[in-house]
Design a protein around this ligand. Structure first.
Ligand SMILES: *Cc1c(COP(=O)(O)O)cnc(C)c1O
Length: 406
């Protein structure tokens, strides 16, 4: 029996890796300098640590150190990239191409620009696996397009977009390509050169680093990309993001990237095995279950399943000692079915019955076996109480039933 509760929601956040914590600790106390203090050793020590972190992050995505700008997290990175580009290139145009399954940090940044009359936005659809068609990107580009923003991998269904192809199309047309790579960088190989990415957002707490720190990669050449800063002040980070640097957080982000880079291949094999075991276990024991997301082009730790005739929220309650997610963590304050699952063309009922399992570095096979058992038991129990499931099993076509109003 594994230790309870079990954490299996690693797309929402991850625990800080012990190695990351240890790298951070000295920078809270004895090495407390301000990285912007240029005239004493305390400042130099902090600056050195920040520079080391810049190198570790750059290496993970095949960038150069000076192309990394530190932020308070990926929400800020997304805002800075999108609003920064639209503001800087406003003479050139005002059109953005994005996609309906993006994270709220991207969608709401676009909406804010639309509402302010600063941009018009094309929201591309996705196919039934949640993938955007590069050809649709090509067709959406106009002479006014200044930005394409498409995520690397989706945080709910794990689908990995054909990013290199999208980047190539944007590059050919001289349009800046921003990629929210929060769920991909540190999990699967990301390479800003191979993938033709101009701006890229990452976040520490999704890769076993601390919360409240992230970075934006800004391409310096081939082509040089410019953004208008969204925060005014001391001109830190080459003028693109003012504010005293969060040295401890930055050290943590750097260390998290270093660990991720060195263990990625092995960790992915392990996660893929665990994920496939969880998926097979659930699909063998239950009928009327369906996978949300791409069958193969998907993050190794992701499994999103719809359990027909079961409310996701009821299932979560039954699984009280297992931390998983129904819909998206970011929208779970409202009981709207997930906009990502709906975008796949899935019915509202099935969207409401979806559960996201997010496997991570610290999950074990014992936990996977336990979760498989608990989920199948709970789904069967809830279905036993469901008249709809009963009718469907008796061969009644529910779509043909004439429901009587009260
Ligand atoms: C978590 C997440 C974000 C937001 O990152 P924060 O650092 O928590 O602000 C943005 N995009 C995606 C895809 C995410 O998963």
């Amino acid at each position: 029996m594994p230790k309870l509760p079990i954490y299996m929601d690693n797309h929402a956040t991850t625990p800080v890796d012990q190695r990351v914590l240890e790298a951070m600790l000295p920078y809270f106390s004895e090495k407390f300098g301000n990285a912007a203090s240029r005239n004493h050793s305390f400042g130099w020590e902090a600056e050195e640590a920040v520079d080391r972190a810049r190198g570790q992050i750059a290496q993970l995505i095949n960038a150069k150190s000076k192309e990394i700008i530190f932020t308070s997290g990926a929400t800020e990175s997304d805002n800075l990239a999108i609003k920064g580009v639209v503001e800087f290139y406003r003479e050139k145009g005002d059109h953005i191409v994005t996609c309906v399954t993006e994270h709220k940090a991207v969608l709401d940044s676009c909406r804010a620009l639309e509402r302010a009359g600063k941009a018009s936005v094309t929201y591309l659809p996705v196919d039934k696996y949640g993938m955007v068609d590069p050809d649709a990107v090509r067709k959406a580009l106009t002479d006014r397009t200044v930005l394409v923003t498409i995520m690397y991998a989706n945080n709910e269904i794990g689908t990995i977009h054909p990013v290199a192809e999208i980047g190539r199309i944007a590059r050919e047309r001289g349009v800046v390509f921003h990629c929210d790579a929060v769920q991909a960088a540190g999990k699967i190989p990301v390479d800003v050169e191979r993938d033709n990415i101009d701006l890229l957002s990452i976040s520490a707490h999704k890769i076993y680093g601390p919360k409240g720190v992230g970075a934006l990669y800004v391409r310096s050449r081939g082509p040089r990309v410019r953004i208008t800063p969204q925060m005014d002040g001391g001109g830190h980070e080459r003028g693109m993001r003012s504010g005293t640097l969060n040295v401890t957080g930055i050290v943590g982000l750097g260390k998290a990237c270093e660990v991720a880079a060195s263990e990625m291949a092995e960790e992915n094999r392990r996660l893929l095995d665990l994920r496939d075991k969880l998926q097979a276990g659930i699909f063998e024991r239950l009928d009327e279950v369906s996978l949300n997301g791409h069958p193969t082009e998907r993050l190794p730790g992701n499994l999103n399943v719809s359990f027909a005739y079961v409310e996701g929220e009821s299932l979560l309650m039954g699984l009280h000692d297992i931390a998983v997610s129904s819909g998206s963590a970011c929208t779970s304050a409202t009981l709207e079915p997930s906009y990502v699952i709906r975008a796949l063309g899935v019915s509202d009922e099935l969207a409401h019955s979806s559960i996201r399992f997010g496997l991570g570095r610290f999950n074990t096979e014992e936990e996977v076996d336990f979760v498989t058992g608990r989920v199948t038991h709970e789904v069967k129990r809830l279905r036993e109480m469901s008249p709809l499931y009963e009718m469907a099993r008796d061969g009644i076509d529910l779509k043909s039933v004439q429901w009587k109003a009260e």
